[in-house]
Design a protein around this ligand. Structure first.
Ligand code: AHM
Ligand code: MG
Length: 335
């Protein structure tokens, strides 16, 4: 039987091979993985652990928080604050940045996360996940400020997600392709199950919340309309639709068999660039998708090159199979 490669071994080997992962970053990724294991346990217990339902509070974006949103946020903070690898953290569930308390050593990295993505799926037993992005703290002796986080996605040094579904799978990039690790619950460790993940350049599957169709902009309407016309339309093939409403699960499907995912700007909130958050949803997912040979844009620009102006900035997202993303993007320049 082929030897099993644990996440720990994979990271150590990456560190040895080309120094892509300095030891502080390796420790950070191990701690994030450990936190994901605890979140996975809480998710698995569901009603038995009393973790379902709302917490009767709102986050900075005015969204009602679920109990598991808050639990996952706390697990990630508690796991990461004492190890000496981080300087500060930022989360979808916290208004401002979280500085590592003075009683702990200060590290060189900044961690951003959406502790539990797909909140609307928690109570209905559908896949949800944790998304994370790691940046380097800018050099200098002063303390960390929110502006230190405002780096374009191209500056990420690691990014990934952990999906809590029929299996718990951690998906990671450190800039050398995408690897997937499945949680072996008996052993309590993540085991490498897929390396050099590749997204097919073409697809016949799209993911978008169709109920928002009347609010979309012309280029997105045109793209979906052409897909819906099937093999008799301009695309000459039938398309299938999948929409899980957990970005992690939709992106996981795309990394597994291709497809295109869109959460575009729409007229419901004309002053917001989109629904999804740039720094802890779109950037890590875009880097993973690009590392697997796909593409990610906001319709006009590569997402990874956008300069964030705010921590909780939103963005229009089009990502997945390269040729489809390029097609939708090209439709935006026709208007
Ligand atoms: P969340 O971070 O509050 O869970 O919101 C993000 C989620 C994404 O996972 C998903 O793509 C989208 O919201 C679903 O939105 P919709 O309610 O339009 O289906
Ligand atoms: Mg989210």
């Amino acid at each position: 039987m082929a030897q099993r490669i644990s996440l720990t071994r994979y990271l150590v080997e990456q560190q040895r091979a080309d120094g892509r992962i300095p030891s502080q970053l390796r420790l950070l990724l191990e701690v994030v993985a450990r936190a994901c294991k605890s979140i996975s346990q809480a998710v698995n217990k569901g009603a038995l652990g009393g973790v379902l339902g709302t917490a009767h509070s709102e986050n900075v974006q005015g969204e009602v928080q679920k109990k598991l949103d808050i639990i996952a946020n706390e697990v990630l903070i508690e796991a990461n604050e004492w190890g000496g690898h981080l300087a500060a953290m930022a989360s979808e569930e916290m208004d401002g940045i979280y500085l590592v308390p003075n009683r702990y050593p200060q590290g060189e990295y900044l961690l951003l996360f959406d502790p539990l993505d797909g909140s609307s799926n928690i109570d209905v037993n559908v896949s949800i996940g944790t998304i994370f992005s790691v940046l380097k703290k800018p050099d200098g002796d002063r303390g960390v400020e929110e502006s230190d986080f405002l780096q374009p996605g191209t500056q990420q040094v690691a990014a990934g997600y952990c999906i809590y579904g029929p299996q718990t799978t951690l998906v990671l990039t450190v800039g050398d392709g995408v690897a997937m690790f499945t949680l072996d619950r008996e052993q309590g460790s993540f085991v490498l199950t897929e390396e050099n993940v590749r997204i097919p350049e073409d697809t016949k599957e799209f993911a978008i919340n169709m109920s928002n169709m009347r609010h979309w902009d012309a280029p997105v309407k045109r793209y979906i309309d052409e897909c819906l016309q099937g093999k008799d339309g301009p695309r000459g093939k039938d398309f299938n639709m999948r929409w899980i409403a957990s970005m992690v699960a939709d992106v996981h499907r795309i990394l597994t068999r291709g497809g295109i995912f869109m959460y575009p700007w729409d007229k419901r909130e004309p002053n917001k660039p989109g629904k999804l958050r740039l720094m802890y949803e779109a950037n890590p997912m875009s880097w993973l998708v690009e590392q697997a040979g796909g593409a990610a844009t906001n319709g006009r620009q590569r997402i990874l090159e956008l300069q964030p102006a705010q921590l909780h900035e939103r963005v229009s997202v089009i990502l997945g199979s390269k040729n489809e993303v390029e097609r939708v993007t090209s439709y935006h320049s026709v208007v």
